[in-house]
Design a protein around this ligand. Sequence first.
Ligand code: NAD
Length: 289
Amino acid sequence: MAQRIDGKAMARSLLAETRDAVAQLEARGITPALAVVLVGEDPASEVYVGRKVRECAKAGIRSIEHRLPADTDEAALIALIDTMNADATVHGILIQLPLPAHIDAGRVLDRIAPAKDVDGFHPVNVGRLSTGTGGLVPCTPLGIMKLLDSVIEDYRGLDAVVIGKSNIVGKPVAMLLLEREATVTVTHIETRGLPDIARKADILVAATGAPHLVRGYWVKEGAVVIDVGITRVTDHDGHTQIVGDCATHELEHARAITPVPGGVGPMTIACLLANTVSAASASLESEPA
Ligand code: NAD
């Protein structure tokens, strides 16, 4: 039977480490702070923001919520970002996506100071990731690597296949795997012969949002599988459940797999908090003596 990689337990221990790091920063006179900006009243975004704020409190991180009306204009949002960029007591800035259609999300995200970009979406951080020169790493890929690290010691030469090429998951996770010297193949909706490519993988990361796309015959014996997908499906009886990208019940010949829910999801928020603490520590180091 494939080992289940327990994302909940790993997120708990990362949270405990983050709490310790916060205490050390407090001793040096800094309280790490994360500003979360929500524009409009998207119900899913409300839930995500609420969860992030609660988790911050558990870690001892100060959270600052900015809830702006849906008709907020781009200039006002950019002015708020400029104020937070200049505020030394704010270490991380997170703009909850999606933004209303009249706002150019790219322009807004580009305005965040790279050192405070705890989502790791700023082009400077993307560039740093692809050149292997530090910077803040997007939370989901960072969490995926921590989950993989719990079962893989040496990535050199392993075949890794990433399904999905989004900027928030597929591409950054491919960069991180490449950095560890795995041989990485990135695939997507237009990839031909995907099951054959997937079957070569020692490490298979599925990040598509296509429920149960990855079937048993796609997975090599002994592979490590990370299931990033989160899709809410409703059955004939009207019951809804969250399902991943993998037909998990067909994957018992894998070495290890992340469950959905309880795998990648909990690590994402834990990594957001860890990134906020990293940003706060870095701000201390960059202060003039
Ligand atoms: P996205 O829609 O931006 O990208 C999906 C990618 O998957 C695309 O590159 C597309 O080409 C590929 N794809 C879609 N269907 C495919 C198919 N049938 N075969 C091969 N490739 C296919 O999505 P995203 O933002 O990267 O998110 C992917 C999934 O991961 C979603 O279910 C999302 O909810 C989930 N997600 C989970 C977390 C978490 O914390 N657990 C974080 C981010 C995203």
